[in-house]
Ligand binder design. Structure first.
Ligand code: CUA
Length: 343
């Protein structure tokens, strides 16, 4: 079994990239491998991503054109005006008005050509009003995990943002502690999450799949461990997920001992399990068992990883606000069993 459990999009992409590198080592293979990473900004899967990628493409082609012209002129000048007789200088053109005006206007025109579509795209990707029928999600960046709540659906979850395919997602970004930045490269955009301010990010996912994201603003010791994933579901999978999340937490009869330990431990002070506890410091665990990962996407949600996490969170995620609670091995196992049963 791979690190991520069942092979997911990013694992397959990484494996494909590794095979490619093995076959043909060279500059081209490195460039292609960079293109094909799960956090590539040029493998766009949303309208937002496409819009910015078009600007990127335009600028890249213009830059290539300028590069060819400049290098061409340079080679021409080197050959045409090379020193033919010792000490001989070509005719000097200092203060040539036409040339001075020319190379002032030319860059200005280039900037204008880049600026017009760029400004259009800024306005297009940041609509003042939410698109019709948009799904509103409040994204809260915490040290060091992500909270996602769907006010219209009554769902609160963490680190794994499910979105329906083809429907606009209107994200409202805010946070209680320091500045974070929400960034899922393939879905486009990178938007700061600033305490005391409401930022917006709107895009429409265009392909089902699992997309990796990462906090993109240094926010403390576990900044690099503040990961997230967006799971874009087709209609049926989306509806099934919503139904599952809206249902009360599954009460597994085999996990009553763990439930009891959980209910009398410090867990309940920070975590919500709907109907059991109402903590808001840490992630909502109502349907923790349905998540693919734990600890802000650091580890696959397997029994062994969950147990290691419960026993010593800062060992997995340095600086984690959840301390080692000093549970006995039997208690930790019981709590892990209980949390895994919350599907
Ligand atoms: Cu949150 Cu970096």
């Amino acid at each position: 079994m791979s690190f991520y459990g069942a092979p997911s999009v990013e694992v397959k992409a990484a494996a494909a990239a590794a095979r490619f590198r093995l076959r043909r080592r060279g500059l081209l293979s490195i460039v292609v491998a960079m293109w094909r990473t799960p956090m590539s900004t040029v493998l766009t899967k949303s309208d937002f991503g496409r819009a910015t990628d078009q600007i990127y493409g335009l600028i890249a082609w213009i830059s290539l054109g300028i590069f060819v012209i400049v290098v061409g002129l340079l080679i021409y000048a080197l050959v045409r005006y090379r020193e033919r007789r010792p000490g001989e200088l070509p005719r000097q053109i200092r203060g040539h008005s036409l040339l001075e005006i020319g190379w002032t206007i030319a860059p200005a025109l280039v900037l204008l050509v880049i600026a017009i579509p760029t400004i259009q795209t800024i306005f297009r990707t940041q609509p003042a009003v939410e698109p019709e029928g948009a799904l509103e999600v409040t994204v809260r960046g915490h040290q060091w995990w992500w909270e996602f709540s769907y006010p219209a659906l009554g769902i609160v979850t963490a680190n794994e943002l499910h979105l329906p395919l083809g429907r606009a997602a209107a994200l409202l970004l805010e946070g209680p502690d320091v500045i974070h930045s929400f960034w899922v490269p393939q879905l486009g955009g990178k938007r700061d999450v600033i305490p005391g301010r409401l930022n917006r990010l709107t895009f429409t996912p265009e392909a089902p799949g699992e997309y990796l994201g990462q906090c993109a603003e240094f926010c403390g010791v576990s900044h690099a461990n503040m990961r997230l994933r967006v799971i874009v579901d087709g209609t049926e999978a989306w509806q099934a997920w919503v139904r599952l999340q809206q249902a009360p937490p599954a009460a597994d009869a085999a996990a009553t001992e763990g439930a009891a330990v959980f209910a009398k431990s410090a867990c309940v002070g920070c975590h919500t399990v709907r109907g059991v506890s109402a903590g808001v410091v840490g992630p909502d665990l109502t349907h923790f068992g349905s998540r693919r990962t734990l600890a802000a996407g650091l580890l696959p949600n397997t029994p062994a990883n969950l147990l290691a996490w419960i026993q010593d969170p800062p060992a997995v995620k340095p600086g984690a606000k959840m301390p080692a609670l000093g549970l006995s091995p039997a208690e930790a196992r019981a709590v892990a069993g209980y949390l895994a049963s919350l599907r």
